[in-house]
Design a protein around this ligand. Structure first.
Ligand code: ZN
Length: 184
């Protein structure tokens, strides 16, 4: 995993659920997600196990439903602000699924996916917002095509199918924090 394409303070993990982007120079959208496994429980190994293909279907009824999925994200931000990196930014992580941004399908091709450990209705922690800002700032510096209008929620690119990061996500605060890292 190329360190230059990873968040500088990330704990590096490796997901097998990634591949090459069709065009490595075309990275222009940042997608914010949430996840917790089992749903609503934090600090477990479930997310890491899902993203590394090691989730035990017998450990929880919900795991039996999802253990076969081949999914990943570039980063996961834990409740304490710890950032785990599963896929380097230059590779294609499998986070968006069926999706569309401004009429363009297959967002994984050109997007970066960041997961906040959480749910749609429980407020995220200050440590998570601080980490998200730091991760996003590094991503923006690597990929200047990612402007404020191209930073979206999973719900924006898969409406009706996905609701994360949820109504509790503080878009105004996040955008305000990011504006100082953007040149335009
Ligand atoms: Zn999502």
């Amino acid at each position: 995993m190329k360190r230059s394409y990873c968040y500088k303070n990330a704990v590096l993990k490796a997901s097998p659920f990634c591949d090459d982007r069709p065009d490595e120079s075309d990275v222009s959208v940042l997608v914010v997600h949430n996840i917790s496994l089992p749903p609503g429980q934090f600090g477990t190994k479930g997310v890491e196990q899902l993203f590394t293909g090691t989730l035990d279907p017998d450990e929880h009824p919900f795991y039996a439903e999802i253990a076969h999925l081949k999914v990943s994200a570039h980063c996961v931000i834990r409740r304490d602000g710890t950032v785990e990196q599963y896929v380097p930014f230059n590779k294609r992580a499998w986070h968006a699924g069926v999706s569309s941004f401004q009429g363009r399908q297959k967002c994984n091709d050109f997007a970066i996916g960041i997961e906040l450990e959480g749910t749609d209705d429980l407020p995220y922690t200050d440590a998570q917002y601080a980490a998200l800002e730091a991760v996003s700032a590094q991503i923006i510096s690597l990929y200047p095509a990612i402007t404020l209008g191209r930073i979206v929620g999973h719900n924006d690119i898969a409406p009706g199918r996905k609701s994360d990061p949820g109504v509790v996500f503080n878009w105004a605060g996040y955008r305000q924090a990011l504006s100082k890292h953007l040149k335009r």
